[in-house]
Structure formats: C-alpha cells, structure tokens
Unconditional design. Structure first.
Length: 94
C-alpha cells in the first residue's frame, strides 16, 4: 500500500473525495482520495445508487464489483473515512 500526502486543493476543487473500488467478493482493492469540484462530487454520489436495479448502480455492495463515491467539504475531512477503510487492506504475512 502506498502512503499518501496531504495536498492543497485548487480553488475550483472545494470538496474532498474518497473513492473505494471493491472486487466481486467485497474486498477493498483501491482507495483513492483527493480534491474535486462540489458539482462533480454530487454527480458521482448520485451514481452510487441510481435505482432498484443493482446493475445500474456504481456502488453495488457484496457479490459484485463496485465503485463507491463519498465527498465532504472541510479540510482533510476524507481522512477519517480513509482511516476506517484502510484497516480492511490485508497486511501480507512475512
């Protein structure tokens, strides 16, 4: 796993985001954090659950590959969510 660094968002990127990618077993594969425009974040969150049919949802939960979006709007607000999710990554045994 790579360690991230805190960055200053550009003036048009006023939301912090977390995107989690999961495989079809629900295992966390990738965690992406950064800055986005608030309208972009809102559109991506709206795509998490678009309707009753799980095939059109991006955030699908267990037994399906999944990509879930979350955003917040205070400094480093995505770090708490990231910290909770990082514990899901398996630590390789030596």
């Amino acid at each position: 796993m790579q360690n991230g660094t805190s960055i200053e968002c550009m003036s048009n990127e006023q939301s912090c985001f977390v995107t989690e990618h999961r495989d079809d077993q629900g295992n966390l594969l990738l965690l992406d954090l950064g800055c986005k425009a608030a309208d972009v974040c809102a559109n991506q969150i709206a795509g998490n659950f678009r309707g009753e049919d799980p095939d059109i949802n991006l955030c699908r939960g267990q037994q399906r590959s999944s990509k879930c979006f979350d955003c917040c709007d205070s400094d480093n607000c995505n770090l708490d969510t990231a910290s909770d999710l990082i514990s899901e990554f398996a630590t390789p045994e030596e």
